[in-house]
Structures are given as structure tokens and as C-alpha cells.
Design a binder for this molecule. Structure first.
Ligand code: ADP
Ligand code: MG
Length: 268
């Protein structure tokens, strides 16, 4: 039996590496043979663009997935990358937050949509949800649908400040809509080892948050910022770049944690 792990990639701050992590973690998991679905839940649709889906190719979107009766088989797009599918987003999702407010199950629409038999039958190993830069109802939907939240954190001054609000939201959801919700990990992004401030942020994060901080850190790497304009994950754009290696390491760290892979060096 496949157990699907649904991970919300969230941080209400913009520009911290959510979308970059969604695209490249999804690609790295897919490369490891994990059947992966990336749900673009940001009206900006950057994850969809980054994976090469032209706006004109987005016939149906996350909006339809949440609000319509259209069969997910028509909504989910199989990409050119093996094991990697996407539900794309367009700006039509920007009205979703307000529309959700008047709904009875306003926090559960994504949760319910992912329970559709077509999605269940696809037996995804991983479903990653790229959240908008806000703790709005879309992000709440992701956190209610997910088992865990992956929090990209840019290693800069004030990085830890916004985190308490996010942690509070996770705690509240645990008491209300999603008792099993966990923090998958805090992922330090755009990390520059030579930068004293980045080192200080890492030290503070590890001292205050302990094991919640993932061992893998994503370095600042220009290849990561170039890849989307070539409509490719960095793993395909420059397979041996530091960025590609870091996201492969992140996939390995998560796969080991989820017991889908033996730790390196462990007895087989
Ligand atoms: P978010 O989704 O949180 O708003 P993005 O993933 O879109 O953040 O990243 C914001 C910007 O920073 C983008 O231009 C992206 O290409 C760039 N970026 C993200 N991660 C890195 C990195 N590790 N190194 C260099 N540039 C990065
Ligand atoms: Mg984004």
C-alpha cells in the first residue's frame, strides 16, 4: 500500500525560497522514483511557470480543483519529467481566498479534493503544496490537507521573527482541524557560509529550534535563480550545480526520515 505524504511548503514571508524548494524538492523526489504531485496554490503561479507550463497550457487549474466538479484526471498535468505531475495555478486563484470565506468547509476544500478517487488511485508517494506568501485561507487549506509543513527560512536578520506566528497557526490547527499536523522541518535557504550573519542565523535557529532545523541547507546558488527562466528544475538545468546537489540531499534527508530509504552507510 502506498502511503501518500502531503507536505505544505509554507512561510507567510515572500521571497524565502518556497517555490524554488517546491519545484526542486518535487523534481528530486521524482528523480528518486517517488511518484510526486506538485499543487501550485499560489495565484502567482510561479511553480507552474518554473516547470514550463505556459499560461495557455493551463486549461484547468487549482481553482477548478478546489471549486469545480471537473474530474482531476483533466486537471492534473503530467510533466516531461518522469514521476512528476502538477496542478497549475493562474491568477484566477487570487479570488479564492475571499470565496473560501463563505464556504461551510472553507478550510477543507483542498483536503476534500485530494480525497477524490482519481487522486487516491494515482497512489502518489508525495504531494507537495506550494503556498502563497500569506497565512490566508489558501495556506490554511494546505495545512489542513497536509501531514506536515516544510518551512523555508532565509538565513537573514529577522528571519526567526515571522516564525512564531506560523508555529502558532500550526498549533491551533492541531487543536482544531488537523490533529496530526507536524513541522516537517525548517529549511535554511539562500545560505552563504562566508556570511557571518547567515552563520549566526543558523546557530540561533539550531539553538532555539533544535531538531526542527533540517540538516540540509540550501546554498545561495545562481543556477537556482536561473533555472525557472529555462522552465526547468535545477536538477535538469544544471544537474551538478550546488543547488541541484542540495535539493537532492534534502530529498534524501526526507526519504530517510520517512523510512523510504536506508541512511547512507547503514547495513542493508
Ligand atoms: P517564495 O516562493 O518564498 O516567494 P522563491 O522560491 O520564489 O520564494 O524565491 C525568491 C527569489 O529568490 C527567486 O527569484 C528565486 O529564484 C531566488 N532564489 C530562491 N532560492 C535561491 C537560492 N538558494 N539561491 C539563489 N537564489 C534563490
Ligand atoms: Mg512562491
Amino acid at each position: 500500500m502506498t502511503t501518500t505524504r502531503t507536505i505544505a511548503i509554507a512561510n507567510q514571508k515572500g521571497g524565502v525560497g518556497k517555490t524554488t524548494s517546491a519545484i526542486n524538492l518535487a523534481a528530486a523526489l521524482a528523480e528518486r522514483g517517488q511518484k510526486t504531485l506538485l499543487v501550485d496554490l499560489d495565484p502567482q503561479g510561479n511553480a507552474s511557470t518554473g516547470l514550463g507550463l505556459e499560461v495557455s497550457a493551463r486549461k484547468y487549474t487549482t481553482y477548478d480543483f478546489l471549486f469545480s466538479e471537473i474530474n482531476p484526471s483533466e486537471i492534473i498535468i503530467t510533466t516531461q519529467h518522469e514521476n512528476l505531475s502538477v496542478i497549475p495555478a493562474t491568477t484566477d486563484l487570487s479570488s479564492a481566498d475571499i470565496e473560501l470565506m463563505s464556504r461551510a468547509r472553507r478550510s477543507f476544500l483542498l483536503h476534500d479534493a485530494l480525497r477524490h478517487p482519481h487522486v487516491k488511485d494515482a497512489k502518489y508517494d508525495y504531494i507537495l503544496v506550494d503556498c502563497p506568501p500569506s497565512l490566508n485561507l489558501l495556506t490554511i487549506n494546505a495545512m489542513v490537507a497536509a501531514q506536515s509543513v516544510l518551512v523555508p527560512l532565509q538565513a537573514e536578520f529577522f528571519a526567526l521573527e515571522g516564525l512564531s506566528q506560523l508555529m502558532l497557526t500550526v498549533r491551533e490547527l492541531r487543536e482544531t482541524a488537523n490533529a496530526g499536523l507536524r513541522i516537517e522541518g525548517i529549511l535554511l535557504t539562500m545560505f552563504d557560509r562566508r556570511n557571518n550573519l547567515a552563520q549566526q542565523v543558523e546557530a540561533d535557529a539550531r539553538a532555539n529550534l533544535g531538531d526542527l532545523v533540517l540538516r540540509t541547507m540550501i546554498p545561495r546558488n545562481v543556477r537556482l535563480s536561473e533555472a525557472p527562466s529555462y522552465a526547468l528544475p535545477v536538477l535538469s538545468y544544471d544537474s551538478t550545480s550546488k543547488g541541484a546537489i542540495a535539493y537532492r540531499n534534502l530529498a534524501t534527508e526526507l526519504l530517510v526520515k520517512h523510512s523510504k530509504l536506508q541512511p547512507e552507510g547503514a547495513a542493508q
